[in-house]
Design a binder for this molecule. Structure first.
Ligand SMILES: NC(=O)c1ccc[n+]([C@@H]2O[C@H](COP(=O)([O-])OP(=O)(O)OC[C@H]3O[C@@H](n4cnc5c(N)ncnc54)[C@H](O)[C@@H]3O)[C@@H](O)[C@H]2O)c1
Length: 259
């Protein structure tokens, strides 16, 4: 991916965990955060993907490490958080970016498929945030959760019932984490992307589905990893120290109206 990201010092000294760093938005955020001085530990379920993304940045002199982890397994998620906190000496930022997905018309949903989507989109946020919580209380840290415009709007044609319920859950969870965490200085915010070009959407969407999605955006291009990473950087940095409990859409105007 061609980087359009700038270098600076907005995250110097920050100890950051990012999930899903093997590609897409997680990889873009990891690159930007490292360039801004953060020490980053990433992970991805695709074997070797997080390691490879981290290695490229480490070769440029950044303090970045990546591990193969299936966050849908609570024990694996907990072990990753514990090891990352130990290696970094604490946690200042937890960016819950990773998610799987599955779509089906509502009539075709099975209980197993419903539970699968909840596990890979909503449960995994709990699996990392719960073990990270004591560290975030200690540091007065920041949580960034990735939700979706699908958690805000019903989209009829592409079978998003479970996906939208899970992402709506991420938004609601974010608000409660902000409320419960405020006395300890923890901030929690969510980002709701619109249609973003990523390894997942580039392969899962045919031309018709892509055009259907793009038609809902005021700005008719897909979002990019750097589009989302720019907001994540703000939410991870001290610049957003009075921002908590918010869900912010980065969606080419999708949730604002129609062309
Ligand atoms: N791409 C879009 O159009 C879009 C729109 C709205 C929201 N989102 C959300 O943005 C986030 C990032 O997605 P993306 O666009 O970069 O797509 P992506 O699928 O390319 O990236 C997600 C990454 O998370 C990893 N992952 C998935 N399940 C995991 C697990 N159980 N354990 C560890 N890693 C796991 C994947 O391997 C992948 O590298 C996701 O939460 C997604 O739901 C994406």
């Amino acid at each position: 991916m061609e980087s359009t990201l700038s270098a600076g010092n907005r995250l110097v000294g920050k100890r950051v965990l990012i999930t899903g760093t093997g590609g897409g938005q997680g990889a873009a955020a990891q690159e930007l955060f490292a360039q801004e001085g953060a020490r980053v530990v990433g992970c991805d379920v695709v074997p070797g993907a997080a390691e490879s993304a981290a290695r490229k940045l480490a070769e440029q002199g950044h303090d970045v490490h990546g591990h193969t982890v299936d966050l849908a397994d609570p024990d694996e998620a907990c072990a990753w958080v514990d090891a990352a906190a130990a290696s970094l000496g604490g946690i200042d930022v937890l960016y819950n970016n990773a998610a799987g997905f599955a779509f089906a018309p509502f009539a075709d949903f099975t209980v197993d498929l419903w539970r699968h989507v909840m596990r890979v989109e909503l449960d995994i946020v709990f699996h990392t945030t719960h073990p990270a919580w004591p560290h975030l209380r200690q540091s007065g840290g920041a949580i960034i959760n990735t939700a979706s415009v699908s958690g805000l709007r019903g989209i009829g044609a592409i079978g998003q019932a479970a996906h939208s319920a899970a992402k709506g859950g991420v938004i609601a969870l974010t608000r409660t984490l902000a409320a419960e965490g405020a006395p300890d200085g923890i901030r929690a915010n969510a980002i709701s992307p619109g249609f973003v070009s990523s390894p997942a959407t580039d392969t899962a969407m045919d031309d018709d589905a892509r055009q259907y999605m793009l038609n809902m955006h005021l700005i008719q291009r897909p979002g990019t990893g750097p589009d989302i990473a720019a907001l994540a950087l703000y939410l991870a940095s001290d610049e957003s120290s009075w921002v908590t409990g918010q869900n912010i859409s980065v969606d080419g105007g999708w949730t604002a109206g129609y062309r």
